[in-house]
Design a protein around this ligand. Structure first.
Ligand code: SAM
Ligand code: DTB
Ligand code: SF4
Length: 327
């Protein structure tokens, strides 16, 4: 039986969100003819969402640099000699001002990131005020602070946090090539704590880490088999930063990125799939194809955490050209 025939039998179960995916099934989706894959993903997108709407999240790095973790892609790790310096945590007022500006620009969600392995209890206390005040502005709140200890997710939830971002980043088998200071299980453990506290989950990964297609399928399989599936799935394209071990990673063909978006849409039909880092290097037509293939969320704002993102004005123009409206 050819891989395509396997996939053509799949639609009956495609919409069963609790169905477990195998890596082989996900690889079979990747192997569909490109146009067929995009078409099917666009079809499923329409069954679950209004395809003319895009969710907008603005990022802010509330604590930049000096991170003890050694993630091979990240400019904020102390293990890599990059242009990013260790900076103190921002004040609550600075964060709230940035959130106000994001809201004025039309963002619906404000995501606060910190270059920590995980928050110390004293640091977490300071972030709770940020969460409370950002929430009071009428924005959805998201935090990405790394690994959580028992009780920390509940504190964030109590302060008004809506989403916690914690990415699996790559396939389990590839993880040790990219990160040595923690294990896949550690990430899964925090995702369990986040769910247990009643927070919504934002969990995705990065492509372009010199991984194979099987690794990409391995990542999507892990994400799709989370129960329940993550509400938000950021798909990042590696931003190559000088001084990181992955600075010279091989360029991934753009069609493979679009395929990854489409496969995420097909396997996680009810999730917001975010076209995330790397958009500054993506032509508009490629981004349009990602939206067609089921992406319905972006990071919106001139900066990601430490690297650039398309300007707000450029994104406004793009969304207008594509007749896409913010949620
Ligand atoms: N320290 C926390 C953690 O690792 O969970 C939160 C911040 S960390 C920067 C959040 C995510 O940013 C990572 O999981 C990774 O997916 C993404 N990221 C970091 N550096 C990146 C890069 N150079 N290109 C694309 N995505 C990147
Ligand atoms: C996610 O998946 N991507 C964002 C957010 N979650 C925290 C971060 C992208 C970081 C890109 C590199 C940088 O700007 O430092
Ligand atoms: Fe630290 Fe997060 Fe960067 Fe890893 S991705 S080095 S944990 S800030």
């Amino acid at each position: 039986m050819s891989s395509n025939q396997i996939v053509f039998q799949r639609p009956a179960t495609l919409h069963q969100e609790s169905g477990q995916w195998s890596v082989a099934e996900v690889e079979a989706l990747y192997a569909l003819p490109f146009m067929e894959l995009v078409f099917r993903a666009a079809e499923v997108h329409r069954q679950y969402f209004d395809p003319t709407r895009v969710q907008l999240s603005t990022l802010l790095s509330i604590k930049t640099g000096g991170c003890p973790e050694d993630c091979g892609y990240c400019p904020q790790s102390v293990h890599h000699d990059t242009p990013v310096a260790n900076q103190p945590m921002m004040t609550v007022d600075e964060v709230v001002d940035a959130a106000r500006a994001a809201k004025a620009n039309g963002a619906g969600r404000f995501c606060m990131g910190a270059a920590w392995r995980g928050p110390k209890d004293a640091d977490l206390e300071q972030t709770l005020d940020m969460v409370r005040q950002v929430k009071e502005l009428g924005l959805e709140t998201c935090a990405t602070f790394g690994l959580l200890k028992d009780g920390q997710a509940e504190k964030l939830k109590g302060a008004g946090l809506d989403y916690y971002n914690h990415n699996l980043d790559t396939a389990p088998d590839k993880y040790a090539d990219i990160i040595q200071t923690r294990e896949y299980e550690d990430r899964l453990d925090t995702l369990g704590k986040v769910r247990g506290a009643g927070l919504s989950v934002c969990c995705g990964g990065i492509v372009g880490l010199n991984e194979t297609r099987e690794d990409r399928a391995g990542l999507i399989t892990q994400l799709a088999n989370l129960e329940p599936q993550p509400e938000s799935v950021p798909i990042n394209s590696l931003v190559k930063v000088e001084g990181t071990p992955l600075e010279g990673a091989e360029e991934l063909d753009w069609t493979e990125f679009v395929r990854t978006i489409a496969v995420a849409r097909l396997t996680m039909p009810a999730s917001y799939v975010r076209l995330s880092a790397g958009r500054r290097s993506m032509p508009e037509a490629m981004q349009a194809l990602c939206f067609l293939a089921g992406a319905n969320s972006i990071f919106y704002g001139d900066k990601l955490l430490t690297t650039g993102n398309p300007d707000v004005e450029a994104d406004r123009v793009l969304l207008t050209k594509l007749d896409l409206a913010p949620l």
